[in-house]
Design a protein around this ligand. Structure first.
Ligand code: ZN
Length: 419
């Protein structure tokens, strides 16, 4: 049995990896340790409690495990929290600088990512990078459901013109891989089997300016700036739930949010009104709370509008809408939708708004974000029997949470110390 203090951990990791030359498969699949963790202050969802915790078979145990441990780790009064998560991104389906992006997630303590659409033919060859005990875990869907000429058709076709999609011979081939057009209930019935054949982990639907659906639907001026017929959303949710799939809705406007919440989606993938600056109806936020719907923030998208004259007004409206969520206790998760980043900048912006307490922010970025990515896994909380995945901080985040990722001393995922 080995005893280590937190200071010795970096040495421990380098020694352990240097001992005898491991086979390549051993490097790819490092062993989960049998550990006794002493003198750590563990976050219980409300506060930090000093306790001894054991790790066996990649899981946390609050009772002394029967087998002898191979490592005792002294956490020296430091603060143990669940890992962070990114509840909205699309940046894991291209191999360009992929390893750098994955490392950046893990370095910042972000272990879980929700990938809110992907072309399966592009993502599939990269899946060996994900969902390993020692690496980044992702949950993904493939082609989102939209109306004729709706989002993301314009952007997919632009990517085709730019030569990003050598997997397709023509723009027409993108349909079903990059989006499904659903204009009627008949389309839904006819295409549902095809949608499920991709084995998505959830269904993504696109709502854009649904209050103007009739006006926009046949007008090519709105190509890419429209989405599903709002009347179909309830039917889609019903079908998805019957097949055990959660539904995530892209929204632009307060009305899109209303449609999504009324239909009983499970997640709204953006805070609405980031571009337009309208208030969200308080009754709709109340209903989101009652139905247990999670809304993903993505407010850092507003930074693209920094030079617009209405930028201050947009920021103010975002603040007001978020305050309503806080007042109602409606669930928020942290996601950035930023291809060149991850949820760290999104978190920092939310923190700077000064609306939420450190406790609320911590729970949003750990519990809430993880729950909406992996609703059926024992992750995102430090409970007995949950996965032994956590971060050890050298600060108390309930006191100082700004730039918290600079204060990570140790990252453990499923009982494996990440180097
Ligand atoms: Zn997105």
């Amino acid at each position: 049995m080995q005893r280590y203090s937190l200071l010795a951990i970096s040495l421990f990791v380098s020694c352990a990896t240097k001992q005898a030359k491991p086979e390549k498969s051993a490097v790819d699949n490092p062993k989960s340790l049998k550990m006794e963790l002493v003198h750590g202050k563990w976050f219980n969802g409300q506060e930090f409690i000093e306790r001894t915790v054991w790790v066996e078979d990649g899981l946390l145990s609050f009772d002394n495990i029967e087998n002898e441990v191979d490592t005792v780790l002294d956490l020296s009064e430091k603060f143990v929290i669940p890992p962070f998560a990114e509840a909205h991104n699309h940046n894991l389906e291209s191999d360009y600088e992929l390893e750098k992006r994955i490392d950046d997630y893990l370095k910042n303590g972000v272990f879980y990512v929700k990938h809110l659409s992907a072309i399966k033919m592009q993502l599939q060859p990269l899946m060996h990078h994900y969902n390993k005990p020692s690496g980044l875990d992702i949950s993904t869907t493939y082609a989102p459901l939209t109306g004729t000429g709706g989002h993301p058709i314009a952007i997919r076709e632009k990517f085709f013109d730019w030569g990003y999609y050598d997997i397709f011979d023509s723009k027409q081939d993108i349909e079903s891989h990059g989006y499904f057009v659903i204009d009627t209930e008949q389309d839904l019935t006819k295409k549902w089997g095809h949608i499920l054949s991709f084995e998505p982990e959830f269904i993504k639907i696109n709502l854009l300016y649904s209050e103007e659906y009739e006006m926009r639907k046949n007008d090519p001026v709105y190509f890419g700036k429209k989405g599903l017929d709002p009347k179909l959303v309830g039917k889609i949710v019903e079908k998805a739930h019957t097949d055990g799939l959660r539904v995530s809705a892209h929204v632009e406007t307060a009305h899109d949010f209303h449609v999504a919440v009324m239909a009983g989606v499970d997640e709204v993938a953006h805070l609405p009104e980031i571009k337009n600056g309208q208030p969200i109806a308080p009754e709709d936020i109340k209903m989101a709370k009652e139905k247990g719907i999670t809304t993903v923030t993505t407010i850092s998208l507003v930074q693209k509008r920094e030079k617009q004259p209405n930028f201050q007004a947009l920021m103010e409206n975002i603040g007001n809408n978020l305050e309503q969520f806080k007042r109602e206790g409606a669930k928020l998760a942290i996601g950035s939708d930023n291809f060149n980043g991850n949820s760290v900048d999104e978190f920092e912006l939310l923190q700077k708004l000064g609306i939420f307490t450190n406790l609320e922010l911590l729970k949003m970025w750990t519990e809430n974000s993880t729950e909406t990515i992996f609703p059926n896994r024992k992750v995102g909380k430090l409970h007995d029997g949950y996965e032994a995945s956590f971060l050890v901080l050298d600060i108390d985040p309930l006191i100082a949470i700004s730039e918290v990722t600079e204060h990570i001393d140790l990252r453990i995922k499923q009982g494996i110390i990440l180097d």
